[in-house]
Design a protein around this ligand. Structure first.
Ligand code: RIB
Ligand code: CA
Length: 353
């Protein structure tokens, strides 16, 4: 039963900090398709690809979605301490798989990402939800400028880390934390001791790797958008196959996610795409979709084998106050049903048949 959206007002003001990326792209589409989302600012962080490319991708998706003049800021060129690590083999040379989005004519904000974080939370204390789906460099830098930032946010949702689940960057670390472990450690430390309802919700690989997008999901999204012909992404497609979708949002997203599915297959995970970031976006809009456990989270910085590993103490062994709520389970089907309905409806509204 399609969701009835018209009577929903923008009730969730958001700062969205991304390293756009293929799944970051779908997170942006999902938020743009969600009437309760009020995107105040999109911060660009180096991660999947260099920050200038991340920012260009953010602007281009806003153009394609004919979005209002949402601020896009330029953030960290590199992590706090570590040399920059990017992953074009995962997300493609430009970070959006095989998609080739028209270059945007929009301008970046005059202020940088750190300044935007600090100024916005000071302007609207206790109101804003922060969503980070990339390395935590910008947020850590903002907390250095404004140590009270954790208390000035209403909520923080982070896609990052892995706890009781294998890593995707080293055997024990997840990409967003592995790119900038120092930043992640500083962010988690800054939230230490806040009341439970103000602790960051951390969406780790433990949960986000249950969010498996298959070609059938893309086919359903295209159908919901009224796009033709049927959007069938097959692992037996000839090389260089690209979408012929009549709907531009469907076409570009399908080309992006095809690259991601090929990457997952090449890494023995199946012809699928783990949609980490749109899931974290859904949590930012509705935290109740995940079960969580309180914990003290810290990050290994010195281990030869384990640098970038997130470690959770759920039993008070370290004698420190909790600083995180770790997402442990969700309903992937319910998530995909809503995502397909919302993003498909957005695509249809923007580019009707
Ligand atoms: O580990 C997955 C995360 O790293 C996702 O946010 C993906 O976009 C990359 O940034
Ligand atoms: Ca990301």
């Amino acid at each position: 039963m399609p969701e009835s959206l018209p009577d929903i007002r923008p009730t969730v003001p958001l700062i969205v900090d991304v390293d756009t990326g293929i799944d970051d792209s779908l997170a942006l589409l999902y938020l743009l398709a969600s009437p309760e989302a009020d995107i105040l600012s999109i911060a660009s962080t180096a991660g999947n690809v260099p920050v200038d490319q991340v920012a260009a991708n953010n602007l281009a998706w806003l153009d394609l979605c004919r979005a209002t003049d949402i601020e896009v800021t330029l953030g960290a060129q590199a992590p706090l301490v570590a040399p920059l690590m990017t992953t074009e083999d995962t997300h493609g040379p430009q970070g959006i798989g095989y998609a080739e989005l028209p270059v945007s004519t929009r301008s970046l904000s005059d202020r940088d990402a750190t300044t935007a974080w600090v100024e916005l939370v000071r302007e609207r204390p206790g109101e804003i939800t922060g969503l980070v789906t990339g390395p935590l460099t910008n947020l850590a830098t903002a907390i250095r400028v404004e140590p009270d930032l954790p208390r000035l946010l209403k909520r923080l949702v982070v896609m990052g880390g892995t706890f009781w689940h294998p890593g995707n960057t080293t055997p024990t670390s997840e990409w967003n934390v592995a790119v900038d472990p120092e930043a992640a450690a500083e962010v988690f430390a800054a939230f230490s001791g806040l009341p439970a309802d103000r602790l960051p919700i951390v969406c780790p690989l433990d949960v986000t790797e249950t969010i498996e997008m298959y070609p059938s999901h893309v086919e359903r999204l295209a159908a919901r958008a009224g796009s033709t012909p049927q959007e069938i992404i097959s692992e037996s497609d000839a090389p260089f196959t690209r979408s012929a979708a009549s709907n531009p949002v469907v076409r570009h997203f399908a080309d992006a996610v095809r690259f991601y599915m090929e990457f997952h297959r090449e890494h023995d995970q199946g012809f699928l795409a783990h949609m980490h970031d749109p899931f974290a976006a859904a949590v930012a809009l509705k935290p109740s979709i995940v079960d969580v456990v309180p914990a003290v989270v810290d990050v290994e910085l010195d281990g030869t084998l384990t640098r970038g590993t997130t470690v959770a103490d759920r039993r008070g062994m370290w004698g420190r106050p909790n600083n995180a709520l770790i997402a442990t389970s969700t309903d992937p089907k319910a998530f995909f049903d809503q995502l397909i309905d919302r993003v498909g409806a957005l695509a249809e509204r923007l580019y009707p048949r």
